[in-house]
Ligand binder design. Structure first.
Ligand SMILES: CC(C)(COP(=O)(O)OP(=O)(O)OC[C@H]1O[C@@H](n2cnc3c(N)ncnc32)[C@H](O)[C@@H]1OP(=O)(O)O)[C@@H](O)C(=O)NCCC(=O)NCCS
Length: 138
């Protein structure tokens, strides 16, 4: 299996975005997922060349001056443990040069994963509106 890393959505349709948001009670649809990625200034995709399917992705939002946030990172369960997640975070960080701060929220179990990428633990706060987990109602 050959994996290609990309930083644009060229040629990516919602059909390429199947199987993500594992464990989410109300997962966004593939079409909503595509909107999430299209609305992010920075994306990194790992694409399986044989199927054209996305097997991992990461996104980032930034003010372009001081700060950035990485809201989403996921590798399909079938493709985890092969360095794809690490490569995706690196690819996102490479597209955010010169910023003062880049933040990600994660569970304690994942702190060692991000520490290997040069990140340090921090305390954060958040709001989760579960009624909107699958995307905005409209
Ligand atoms: C986190 C995630 C993206 C890592 O992707 P991946 O492609 O499996 O990561 P890598 O292969 O680059 O793993 C690098 C290291 O991180 C460790 N790691 C990966 N996932 C981990 C997890 N959930 N908890 C603890 N350590 C983890 C691996 O053990 C690996 O270490 P090793 O090489 O010594 O075995 C993937 O597990 C995933 O999609 N998880 C579900 C969604 C999620 O938690 N996203 C992050 C939100 S903050």
């Amino acid at each position: 299996v050959t994996i290609t890393y990309r930083t644009t959505l060229d040629g990516i349709t919602s059909d390429c975005l199947v199987g993500f948001f594992v464990g989410w009670p109300s997962p966004p649809s593939p079409n909503t997922h595509l909107r999430v990625l299209a609305g992010s200034q920075v994306v990194a995709l790992a694409v399986d060349n044989t199927t054209g399917r996305v097997v991992g992705y990461a996104s980032a939002l930034t003010d372009g001056v001081l700060s950035a946030y990485i809201p989403l990172l996921e590798v399909l369960p079938t493709h985890q443990g092969r360095g794809i997640g690490t490569a995706l975070v690196r690819l996102v960080l490479d597209q955010l040069p010169g910023l003062y701060m880049t933040d990600v929220l994660c569970d304690p179990a994942l702190q060692s994963f991000y520490a290997r990428l040069g990140m340090t633990p921090a305390v954060g706060m958040s709001i989760r509106r579960y009624a909107h987990q699958s995307g905005p109602s409209r």
